[in-house]
Write a protein that binds this ligand. Structure first.
Ligand code: COA
Length: 159
């Protein structure tokens, strides 16, 4: 039986922190589905298609990672995909409370899908998508914070 996990997020845009979690989870599961949450109520910088495109390029080096998108409840999506785990990255204590609530709510909704937290590499603990967008907008160097494809998308958007 193959062990499938989903790694959900907004990925607006994906950062090296996300890539680190993707790389490490690829070693733990037979298949990881990196999936973009579609939430029409939330205003995003990049479209869903753009975020999926960026992720597809990022995961192209891994044989056991797929990219997808979903709307509706995450646990329902995970169950439909046959996933046993939801992967989330933890960067700092400040992430914990929100992630704890999310994980408990998801367990309450469906106890057969477990949330696995992965500690981020300390090099990426200060990176978040909104900060990366801000630095890129102001012309700062983001080359060591995002994959090359994301840098290209940000440069095209801002300059
Ligand atoms: N490295 C770097 N940055 C990271 C990171 C990591 N390892 N992990 C998270 N982040 C950052 C992101 O860059 C993002 O930064 P931003 O706030 O500046 O944009 C932030 O942390 C959170 O982003 P993300 O991981 O994409 O999560 P999210 O909070 O946007 O997504 C969902 C949360 C999609 C998983 C959640 O809303 C969900 O499950 N939605 C589906 C609906 C549902 O089922 N709701 C009930 C759930 S209880």
């Amino acid at each position: 039986m193959s062990r499938i996990a989903v790694y959900p997020g907004s990925f607006d845009p994906p950062t090296n922190g996300h890539c680190d979690i993707i790389k490490r989870s690829s070693k733990l599961f037979d298949c990881v589905i990196v999936t973009v949450a579609v939430n029409p109520a939330k205003k995003h910088f990049f479209s869903v298609d753009e975020r999926v495109d960026m992720l597809q390029e990022i995961v192209s080096e891994y044989k056991n990672i797929e990219v997808d998108q979903f709307d509706g409840l995450l646990v329902e999506y995970a169950e439909k995909k046959g996933a046993v785990s939801i992967i989330r990255g933890l960067r700092a204590l400040s992430d914990f409370e929100y992630e704890f609530e999310l994980a408990l709510m998801n367990r309450h909704l469906n106890s057969s899908v477990d949330t696995i937290f992965m500690m981020t590499d300390e090099h990426y603990s200060f990176i978040r998508s909104s900060l990366v967008r801000e630095v890129a907008r102001l012309g700062g160097d983001i080359s060591d914070k995002v994959p090359r494809v994301v840098e290209k998308y940000l440069k095209e958007r801002f300059f």
